[in-house]
Structures are given as C-alpha cells and as structure tokens.
Design a protein around this ligand. Structure first.
Ligand code: SAH
Length: 372
C-alpha cells in the first residue's frame, strides 16, 4: 500500500495553512506546527500538546514527518561528519557537516546524481538519478540537528547551509525554492539569507527566476576565465557563456540587494592555474560585487586531472588579489573520511546493508564540497 500522507517538512508555511484550511482547521495551527517542528525539533504529533486532540488525530491520519534515513555516518578526526542518506529503496545521497572556529556549516544535496556533466566532478560519472523533494532537502537539515544532539530550547547547531552537495540546485528549482523558504522562515529554522548559499554551475534562465523568487546568497562554479576552457570543464557553458552568466550574477545582486557572488574556482594543475589565467579572472570580476573561492581539486579514481601545486595556488591567489578582486582558498576538510568532493566515486554502498527486495542502492559519488 502506498503512503498517501503528506510529509509536512516539504510544505512552506502558506502551503501548510492552505492544507489545514482545506481540512476545516484554523490557519494559526500552521504557526504552532512550525514551532513544534523547527524550533523544538519535535516529530511526534502526540507530543504537540497545545494542538487540539482531534487535530492531532487528523494529522496522524493524513500527515507525517519523515526524515531521510541514515545509511552510514562517518566522523572525521577534524570534526567533519559525513552521512550517506537514503532517499528511497534504491537511491543514496550525501550530507556533510563542517564545524570550525567561527561557524558550523551543513552542506546538503539537491538531487541524487547530477546531469551537468562537469569533467572534474565525480558526481557527473554517476549520472542523474532523480530530484530530491522539498521535504528531503529540508529533512537533511532537520536530521543533521537531530544527529548532532539538538534538544528543544538549545541554540541552533548549524550556522550556515550550503546547497553544494550532490546535484544542480537550479535544475531542481521547483523543490529547492520552497525548501529555501522553509529554511528561512522566521517561524521555522529562521536561517539568515546571507548564511544560506545556493551554488550553481550556471543555469542562466533559472538564475533570473531565482532573483524574482528567492533571496539566498549565490555561489557560481566558474572554474575558468575564458569560454573555450570553461566549455570543456563545465559543459553548460556552451549554452550560456561567461558573459551571459556574469550578467545574470550582477542582476541577481542588484535585485536582491545582496553583498556579492562567490565564484568557485577549482584548481586543476596545468589546466586553469596559470598566473595569466588568474589575471584574466581578475579582469572579468574587478569592479563587480564578487569574491573568488579557490578550491584545490580533489582527485578521484579515473579522473584526468591533478590538484594544483600549493605554490601555484598561492601565486594564483596573489594575482587575483593584485588584480583587485577578493579571494580565498578553501581548506579541505574531512580528508580521512573522504568527505571532500570527488572522493567517493566507484564506491558502492555495502551490498548487505542496501539489499532491499531485489533493489540495490547504486554507486554514490560525491559532489559535496567542503568549505573551510
Ligand atoms: N552543481 C552545483 C552545486 C555543487 S557545489 C554547482 O556546480 O555549483 C560543488 C562545488 O564543488 C562546485 O563548485 C563544483 O564545481 C566543485 N567540485 C566538483 N568536483 C570537484 C572536485 N573533484 N574537486 C574540487 N571541487 C569540485
């Protein structure tokens, strides 16, 4: 029998109000439910004591609060934690928690697999499996808090959320945007929009749409200063080139009254890491609300690239800064548990744990990245 109950974690507050009104309830119940769910981390309707008994019964019959299931959890010696989660019987995806002195960042996934086919990303090798639902996206944050030991009344344990895990968030616009609304809702998790970052490989039309419908912080995977190279690394560039992409970025910042776009730039030895390329990158971005985040490449079996040498990364950084553009290097975290991007390719989740009926979870490659 299929479960027809609605997972409340996927409903924005207006959607939840409408859902309650349709069932003859009062709209303020949505606020109460949001409080129980997101401020108190409660998933059991019977524990929601200020809800009328009849309403609780109705919820039990027609709604649920279902979190993604943990397949594995790995704790790194540096405090990074990586979870392999199960979306359904056959699908796996990942989430990474990265604490440091100033913040605690949760990196969440938006899709199982990815269709963008970037040549340096292991998730690309897995191909695209499916979009995550809004409930599965919000559910990751809910689950992470629970795994970290959150109790009602505690301060929030996650300060920053990055949609930088598996998948292209703007290719799953329909589910990602409502999920961001739930995460930002002041009666819900109440994350700051500056601390919720969506990273895209450059789906230009969806970036314009995002400017109308959301106000999260934006990161863009640039990775090359010219179209010829970018088209090799990030194939979507053949459809929307760098000039179009940058126009969409500046438009987004104008519309959102935002601070700046973060441009991710993976450092590939001998490919995109020369001082001349650094100067070209600075020329593209100078005078605009932009900062550059250099990501040392994380190799994976079969990948055709090598990580840039530390000296090359340092020289590149200096050139970008000299060119008048703010830049930082991302520290790799969770090395010992393969929590950095691109390290999981080819690993199949233990077959004994994943055999469910005749189905088996496929190869789960990692597209997550780890922010220092
Ligand atoms: N699809 C979105 C979200 C993924 S974010 C996007 O492309 O922005 C993950 C970041 O890690 C992206 O900037 C991606 O380009 C980068 N990345 C992918 N594979 C990598 C690897 N092997 N080493 C380092 N960074 C990688």
């Amino acid at each position: 029998m299929t479960d027809t109950r609605v997972n409340l974690l996927g409903l924005t507050r207006p959607e939840l109000e409408a859902w309650i009104l349709e069932r003859g309830g009062k709209s303020f119940r949505a606020r109460q439910l949001f409080h129980w769910l997101y401020k108190r981390g409660e998933t059991d309707f019977d524990a929601m004591t200020d809800l009328a008994k009849a309403f609780r019964e109705q919820l039990k019959a027609e709604a649920c609060v279902t979190l993604p299931e943990v397949v594995t959890r790995q704790d790194s010696t540096d405090g990074t934690i990586k979870w392999m989660l199960r979306a359904d019987n056959a699908q796996g995806f990942e989430m990474v928690y990265i604490p440091d002195a100033e913040r605690a960042t949760l990196c969440i996934s938006s899709q199982v697999g990815c269709a963008m086919d970037c040549s340096f990303c292991s998730t690309a090798q897995q191909g695209f499996n499916r979009n995550l639902t809004a409930a599965e996206i919000v559910g990751q944050v809910f689950l992470a808090q629970k795994e970290l030991g959150f109790k009602a009344g505690d301060d929030r344990m996650i300060s920053n959320i990055v949609l930088m895990g598996m998948g292209e968030p703007l290719a799953n616009f329909r589910n990602v945007v409502p999920a961001t609304r739930i995460l930002l809702d002041d009666l819900g998790f109440d994350f700051s929009r500056r601390r919720l970052t969506l990273s895209t490989s450059g789906l230009v039309p969806q970036m314009y749409k995002l400017a109308e419908e959301s106000n999260v912080a934006l990161a863009v995977s640039l990775h090359a200063p010219d179209d010829e190279l970018r088209s090799q690394l990030v194939p979507i560039n053949k459809r929307h080139n760098i000039a179009e992409l940058l126009d969409a970025c500046w438009h987004y910042i104008d519309e959102q009254n935002g601070r700046s776009v973060t441009f991710e730039y993976v450092m590939l030895d001998g490919i995109n890491d020369s001082p001349a390329q650094a100067r070209a990158l600075a020329r593209l971005l100078k005078g605009h609300p932009a900062k550059v985040n250099l990501i040392p490449f994380n190799p994976f079996p079969g990948s055709p690239y090598r990580r840039s040498k530390p000296e090359a990364i340092k020289a590149f950084l200096d050139q970008v800064l000299k060119g008048g553009v703010m830049a930082t290097v991302r520290r790799t975290r969770g090395d010992d548990i393969d929590a950095a991007c691109g390290q999981l390719v080819g690993k199949v989740i233990d077959r004994t744990t994943v055999r469910l009926g005749s189905k088996r979870i496929g190869v789960v490659a990692e597209g997550t990245e780890v922010r220092a």
